[in-house]
Design a protein around this ligand. Structure first.
Ligand code: ADP
Length: 317
């Protein structure tokens, strides 16, 4: 029997629990012994590694976050602690890892593989959808659905009070969440880091719309733009002439019951990850592309800026 382990590293996303559940089930189906590593690389170093049973993952499908915890680990950046992690894995006879994480986590794994030969498959997991080489990252769909509910709720109050609402989404330097939310909510303004903007270009048009009876504006702005949401709100008040409010969605975008799409993607990502490890893919990231699932080398994924889909950007102009 071969032993295999799963861990979560970096920011948590909704969809990790469905992935963990399926990891246990699919490993057992393939004749492997599944292990859970708690609290990311910290758990590898501290030997927080436990053999999994069906009971450990029963009922977790509907829960956001991750029941095995995630962490950032400064210690894993140091070779002595990676050596300690290797000794712990050896003690459990584990030489295959599935890691739900982002760019940084995969880079760490690659170093670990080169030093100690622990095979890995990375599953791209971040709501920002900014990992190069994959069109989709686990957690994105649930985040978009949470944002949708928030925007719809804000719209009700905006319309009642004749207000402009500036809604800030996450995404670091990637405007994906803001752009898709804008296109699918019919908001009036969308600002993303990928596109330069000048607010004054919108002033006349917005004032004309108010004269023609518009009661409210919704502006969706990505956290990575050059101004903060408060400054955009002040522009609405001072230049356009409409009372305004700011709504920073923050961490609610990370939580919530995983969407059907994320549950299904979790299932597929894990199948491919385990199949890859049992096949010839010793150090890869499983990516989802227009051609389907592909295994990519770490150098294609980590350390690159992922360009935002030009087709989506073109809808803004
Ligand atoms: P993400 O995986 O979401 O990009 P981070 O960049 O914070 O998140 O990385 C998560 C963890 O991966 C870090 O806390 C660290 O333990 C590990 N890691 C990142 N880069 C390296 C590296 N170059 N070498 C070793 N470990 C790394």
């Amino acid at each position: 029997m071969k032993n295999i382990a799963i861990l979560c590293s970096g920011g948590d996303v909704s969809g990790m629990n469905p992935a963990i559940k399926h990891f246990v089930e699919y490993s057992l189906k393939k004749g492997l012994i599944p292990y859970l590593v708690y609290d990311g690389y910290e758990g590898l170093i501290d030997n927080n590694i436990k053999k999994a049973t069906y009971n450990d993952v029963a009922g977790i499908m509907i829960r956001g976050g991750t029941v095995i915890g995630s962490a950032r680990s400064k210690r894993f950046m140091q070779s002595e602690f990676r050596a300690q992690a290797k000794r712990n894995l050896d003690a459990h006879n584990i030489d295959m890892l599935v890691v739900l994480g982002g760019d940084g986590s995969f880079r760490g794994l690659h170093t670990f593989y080169k030093e100690h030969g622990i095979k890995f498959c990375g599953v791209p997991s971040t709501i920002d959808n900014d990992i190069n080489g994959t069109d989709y990252c686990l957690g994105v769909d649930t985040a978009l659905n949470i944002i949708k509910v928030a925007i719809d709720a804000v719209r009700d109050t905006a319309a009642s009070f004749r207000r402009a609402f500036v809604i800030e989404t996450m995404g670091r330097d990637c405007g994906y969440l803001a752009l898709v939310s804008h296109l699918t909510s019919g908001s009036e303004l969308c600002l993303i880091p990928e596109l330069p903007y000048n607010l004054q270009d919108y002033k006349e048009e917005f004032q004309k719309q108010i004269k023609n009876g518009r009661r409210y504006f919704l502006a969706i702005v990505s956290e990575g733009i050059k101004q903060d949401a408060q400054e955009i709100a002040e522009w609405f008040e001072n230049e356009v002439g409409i009372e305004s409010r700011v709504s920073v969605l923050g961490h609610i975008q990370r939580g919530g019951n995983p969407s059907i799409y994320d549950r299904l993607m979790a299932y597929k990502f894990v199948n491919y990850a385990i199949d890859g490890l049992l096949g010839e893919h010793d150090e890869s990231v499983i990516c989802y592309t227009k051609q389907g699932f592909v295994y990519r080398a770490i150098d294609e994924v980590a350390g690159h800026i992922k360009p935002l889909d030009p087709e989506l950007i073109s809808y803004l102009s």
